[in-house]
Structures are given as C-alpha cells and as structure tokens.
Design a protein around this ligand. Structure first.
Ligand SMILES: C[S@@+](CC[C@H](N)C(=O)[O-])C[C@H]1O[C@@H](n2cnc3c(N)ncnc32)[C@H](O)[C@@H]1O
Length: 331
C-alpha cells in the first residue's frame, strides 16, 4: 500500500472512531449515565496528541448545546459535573474554549430539582424523553425512574419487533414508561396499554406518554390504566384482550409476588386455549431467593417458563454487570 493510501486509511479509521466517541458521549449524557463510564480516555489522548480543543467543542455541540438539551435538559447537577470534567480535561492540554465556560455559567446557578429529563436515543436517532425522579426510590415507590430490566426489555423488543407488530400489548408495572414508549415508537403494535397502581407513577406515566406524542387517537392507540395486581378483576383483563403481556423489574419484593402470580394465572385463565397471550417477564436478579420464590410460585400455579437466552443489541447505556433474566411463560 502506498504511503498516502495508508495515511488515508488511518484518517478514515480515526474519523469513524471519533463519530463513535461523539455518539457515546451524547447517548450517555442524555441518559445521565455515571460520568465515570464516559469515554474520557479517548478525549484525553486526543487532547494530548492534537493540542486542539476541536473534539471538546464537538462534544459540547452534541450534549449541552444540542437542541435536545434545551428541550429536555438532564439535571443541573449532572450538567455541572459533566462540564467541570470537560473543563478539567481541556485545561490539561487544550486551548481554553469560551463556549465551555459560557455553558457552565448557564448551569452554575441552576437549582437542584427532584425531577429531571432523561433521553434514551433510539437506533434511528430519535429520542424517548422521560421526566424521571432523581432519587431511585421516592414517594414510597420504585416506579419513578427507569430500571435496567426496562432498558434490556426495550433492547430485546428492538431486536424482535415482530413479537409486537400489529398486536395488542399490555404492560404491567410500567413505571415511567421507557419500555412501552420504545415499543410504540419502533415495533408497530396495534394497541398498547400501559399500567401501574401508584397514583404519582400513573400521573408521570401519562405525562411521559403525552410528551412522546402518543395518544389514544393515533396508531398505536395508547392507553394508561390503573391496574393493581391485588385488586384486578377478570372483567378488566378480558376488556384489554392482550395478545402480548410484558413486564420489567416487577419481581423485587417477596410481598407482592403472590399477587403478581395470581394476576398471571388470571390472564392465562381468561384467554382461550388456542390463543394464549405471549407473556414475557424481564427481571434483574438482585436477590436469588426472591427470584426463585417467584419461579416456585409460578410452578405451583401450573405456569411453566422458558428462559430466553441470546445477546441483545446494545442500544442504551447501562451497567451490564447486573444479572438480568427474561422468561416466557406457558401453560
Ligand atoms: C421496579 S419498578 C419497575 C418500573 C419499570 N417497569 C422499569 O423497569 O423501569 C416496579 C413497578 O411495579 C409497580 N407495582 C408494584 N406493585 C404493583 C401492584 N400491586 N400493581 C401494579 N403495579 C405494581 C410499581 O408501581 C412500579 O412502577
């Protein structure tokens, strides 16, 4: 290979790598991922070898100065920490960049709120933006933030869109709505019923569904229902007529497992033998005893399960060290 050709190939590879790095900064920033998980090492190396702040400027454009940040900003605290780290990196080897300090000045006085926007960027480039609480548990519920199993189930859905195509989907314990909204935006279901039991969660869920442009009038026809596993009636289940039932991170509390299993039995009882709905439960296994207790109760209720294995495409940024399992139920 001629020298110039080699140089060209190296330059092309650097450009591809730079595009990936910029995307990684953007995806992580809008989902408010742990700052330590961002690709700072690449930036550090780039600053050291080029002595130019071009990459810092590009990162800024894809994050704090991006139109999505104006519309759905991550928390002020997160933006402050993010910008401080960019400034720290740039101070070591780059030229001072005015827009970096202007961006910091904008957030320096921002109040720390209990709520913030998180945006999850889909492979098509669109974002699912959600209003979430900053604290993992607040107002006595776990339902005001997006959990890892919801992100995993959404990634699985993006890889298996035919499971939802033209279907009526019921989601149990929807929380703030990430999985369902991703499915509605990408997998063309016919109807989608989000559900939960907690009043504040239901309100936030309704707001997020609306924020993402989903309504009962458009296709998919979307509804948000109060569906409490402890009080749900067979009539309510029959009215929904779901072909597919999904739930993410609903097996975490031994006290609610019994009512969840009773509900799953009811769903199976209410459907005809020929057209059983496809039921998918995705769980983060935090406590193996709680999880195996759930499986034992399923067995006692005459419900079989099969573990769905296989990798999923990595779309959203989250900690993949946690043990997540997805099961499909059958009678
Ligand atoms: C850990 S959160 C998971 C939320 C969301 N699926 C996710 O993974 O991000 C559990 C959800 O189950 C809901 N939940 C708990 N008990 C319930 C019940 N008895 N009936 C309906 N929903 C319930 C909570 O309100 C909460 O939204």
């Amino acid at each position: 290979m001629e020298h110039s050709e080699k140089d060209q190939t190296a330059e092309d590879q650097r450009r591809v790598k730079k595009t990936d790095i910029l995307r990684s900064f953007q995806v992580s920033f809008f989902a408010m991922s742990r700052l330590a998980s961002l690709p700072w090492t690449f930036l550090e190396e780039d600053l050291r070898s080029n002595k130019s702040s071009e990459l810092v400027s590009d990162i800024l454009k894809q994050t704090c100065l991006h139109s999505l940040c104006r519309k759905f900003p991550p928390s002020g605290r997160y933006r402050r920490l993010f910008l401080s780290e960019l400034i720290r990196q740039e101070a070591a080897d780059g030229e001072p960049l005015d827009e970096l300090y202007d961006a910091l000045a904008e957030v320096v006085g921002a109040e720390d709120c209990t709520e913030c926007y998180k945006s999850y960027i889909l492979p098509c480039g669109d974002a699912v933006s959600l209003l979430e609480n900053v604290a993992l548990i607040s107002e006595g519920t776990t339902g005001l933030v997006t959990w890892e199993a919801a992100l995993y189930l959404a990634e699985w859905a993006l890889d298996h869109q035919q499971t939802f195509l033209g279907r009526t989907v019921l989601e149990l314990g929807s929380g703030v709505g990430l999985t369902g909204i991703t499915i509605c935006r990408s997998c063309s279901p016919n109807r989608f019923i989000f559900s939960d039991c907690h009043t504040t969660v239901l309100q936030k869920l309704r707001d997020n569904v609306q924020l993402n442009g989903l309504t009962e009038q458009l296709c998919p026809a979307v509804r948000v229902e109060q569906l409490d596993w402890t009080t749900v009636t067979e009539e309510q289940i029959k009215r929904v007529r779901a072909d597919t039932v999904i739930a993410a991170d609903v097996v975490y509390d031994p006290d609610i497992i019994e009512s969840l299993v009773k509900l799953l039995s009811k769903i199976m009882r209410c459907s005809s033998a020929e057209v059983l709905p496809e039921i998918l439960i995705c769980s983060t296994i935090r406590n193996p005893e709680t999880y195996s207790g759930f499986k034992q109760q399923l067995e006692k209720a005459g419900i079989g399960h099969r573990v769905i294995t296989g990798p999923v495409s990595h779309v959203f940024p989250y900690n993949r060290i946690s043990s997540i399992e997805m099961i499909k139920l059958y009678r």
